[in-house]
Structure formats: C-alpha cells, structure tokens
Design a protein around this ligand. Sequence first.
Ligand code: PLP
Length: 458
Amino acid sequence: MTAPLVDVDALVKSDQSRLIHPHLAGADTERIVMVEGSGCQLRDAHGREYLDATGGLMLGHVGHGRRELVDVAAGQMSKLEYFSSFHEFTNEPSIKLASRLIDIAPSPMERVYFTSGGAEAVDAALRMARLYHHRRGEPERTWVLARNFGYHGVTYGGGAATGMPMFHNGFGPMLPHVRHLTPPMPFHPELYGGEDPTEFCLRELRQTIEEIGADQIAVMIGEPILGAGGVVIPPHDYWPRVRELLAAHGILLILDEVITGLGRIGHWFAAEPMGITPDFIVTAKGLTSGYFPMGALLVAGHVADVVTRDEGFIGGYTYSGHATGCAVALENLDIIERENLLAAAVEIGDHLGDQLRRLEELPIVGQVRQIGLMIGIELAQDPATGEPLSAGWVAPLVRERHGIIIRNNPNTILLSPPLVLSRSEADQVAAAVTDVLTEYATTAKRRVSAPTRDLSVL
Ligand code: PLP
C-alpha cells in the first residue's frame, strides 16, 4: 500500500456532508474515493487497488485509462467542443456516429436520436411512440406495457416503466397508463402456477391487450435480458412471440439495450441473436464505455418518417448529439472492433461462467446465469424452492478480502466487468466469489431472506 495521494479524510468528510449518493443512506457511512484506473484495475485515494468486475455500472467495455479516447476527446474539444443540434445545426461526429449505429443495427433502423444517457433515451422512445400514434390519427393509444423486474432508469418516464417497487415508493404518482406484466423467469416456476413461463406471459399479454383494448396501447418496453432484475435470460421463443402479438395489434416495441447493447453479450445488439425486430432500440453505457455520458435511440423507418414530419419531433436535450461525446463514441466503437471485444466477451465470459456455474453445487446458490460478460448469481435459501436469500453481504466481503468490486440486486450477485478482462483476472473474480460463497455455505452463519419476489406490488 502506498501513501495517500490526497487528504482523504477531508475529502470524505466533505463528501459526507455535501453529496447525495444514489442508494446510500446516512452521512457517516463509508466512502471510497476512486482516483485512477487502467484496464480493469482501479486505485483509490489511499492507494488501495481493486479489480473492477462491475464495469462501473455495467459499462466500461474498453476498460479504464484508454489514451485513445482521451486524445480523441481533446482533439474534438480543441476544434469544436459542442454546439446545439436543435433545428438545422449539426456536426460531423454525430452524423458519422448515427451512420455507424445504423450500420451495426440488427434490424433495419433508419434514424438516431442522441441523448445524455439511458433513461433520457427511454423517455424519448416513449414520447415518440405516443406521437407516432397521435399523428397517425390514433391519439387514444397512450398505454405503455412494461414488465416487473424491468429497469429503465429513474426519470419519470423510465422510472414509471421500471418494474421495481423501490423506484416508485414515495415518488408517486408515476406516469399514468403504464401496466407491468410478468417476465419469464424459468428459475421461478412458482410465479406461473404450473404453466410454462412463456405460455403464461403470452397469455397474460393477450389478456392485458384485451382488457385495456389494443386501440388504447401505444407501446411495450422491455430489456431483451433483464439486467438489474438479475440477468434473466428468457426462453428463446419469448421475444419473437411477443413481437408477433404486438405487431398484430399495432403496438410498437422498444427494446432497451442499455446494458446488452454494444458488445456485452458478444454481439452489437442482443436483438440479433434473439431474433427480435423492434421499432426502437435504446442504447447507452457501452456507447462511450463511460468516457462521456451518452445514450442513443435507434428508430425504425416507419416510425422515424412519422415523428420527423409535420413540425418534427418537439423536444430535445441540450447535449443531444454532443460533438465530443459522439467523437468519443466513434473511437470507442472502433476500439471494440479493432480489439475484437465482441469475441472476447464470449470467450472470457464463458471461461468465467464455467467456473462460476460450479457454485450451483452450493446449497445457497439457486442459479448461475451467464451470457457473454453479463452474469447473475442468484442466491436462494433453498435452491429447490428458489426462496430468496439476500445477496447484500457478498459484495462488501469480496471487496474487503479480495479487492474485487462486484454488485448485487436484493438476491442476485451481478458481474459485468469490462470486456478487456483477462483470463487471469477472470480467474481471480471466480476464486474470490467462490471463496466467499463457499465459506458462507459451509458455516451458514447468517440467513437473511430477501423480500424480492413480491409481484403484487405494481
Ligand atoms: N435501461 C437499462 C436497461 C438500464 O440498465 C439503465 C441503467 O442502468 C437505464 C435504462 C438507465 O440508464 P441511465 O442510468 O444512463 O439513465
């Protein structure tokens, strides 16, 4: 351990009294002041080193400390840092980035709308979906179908679509005309009363369309793979069948690929291997690997034609099409391509997944789910019943003992390292998680149930 780089105590005190952190209660709780990073390695202000197995918040595809991105940002800033993209104004990096995203889109997409992050792009998609129907003479199509355990950010639009009660409690009323449906979670047959999960979900969707009225529903939104909800991979026929049913009723589909997009599962978009042809694709995170706050909404031609006609799409974000952000995104996509990071996500992901799947032998591990470098380890009081076991204790122990940063939702450990994770780093992650879970499973000191399966709440 090296000497502190700055007066850490003073920084922490100032943080404790001045900042509001998402998901942190109390003023005198621990703070970790991160100061530098390289690849998957991080260092805090005390000189402690960590391995980043979360990619910050499921992004960081190209890893920390990439000089190429710094140079591109500096180059663009020294030419033109930013100018508005409202009305007729535009800039070269945003034009090139839009074309690039359209080129790599899994199904025909014609236009791109830039934002500062994921939730803003979700909101833009919801607004465009309603506007599309409005302009086509069906203004009563206002309902949004979303899913329990789905996460779409915390703006009032994205937050309303999010299907986790903690993001609604105390913040209501949320956006009206949002209905949450059950996603398929094959590890939890108890949610489907003995029915096949996909059949249950399709029946529920059909019934909901009938109940609300197809002519009242604008759009459905969902993540191809539930991310914050626990890395839940649906049965292969779920999305294509949902898509077909929606299309038959004139209901649009927003695929939220904020996590899955741009390489995390080994494809540019999850829609491609999953055979989904949405009307909108929402992306963010991996777009710039976190080097610039940015999101992008890809819009299919038939929708783009409608929202760009008449007076156009009213409403934009100040930083839409930010020249520096777009230049960084272009270089970031180049790095992903140049370094074959899509293939790396699969290879290293499978290598890590193979080791972690052995944890299913432990009596506290319900299921290990891995696709590319997106991994969820669901804990259970009893794997046979799937009764949840809180995962909140795992991340602090893994960090304290092994210097590895992981995350969790109430009952699932979430791993989403940068796509540049090496094999030996993957081995370290697997060994650390295995150590902590094995010790707990063999000593079973604490059993804390996690009230996460309550589907009655939304
Ligand atoms: N959609 C999904 C699937 C996400 O995982 C997230 C963030 O984690 C968002 C939307 C919101 O993105 P942001 O936090 O950039 O607004």
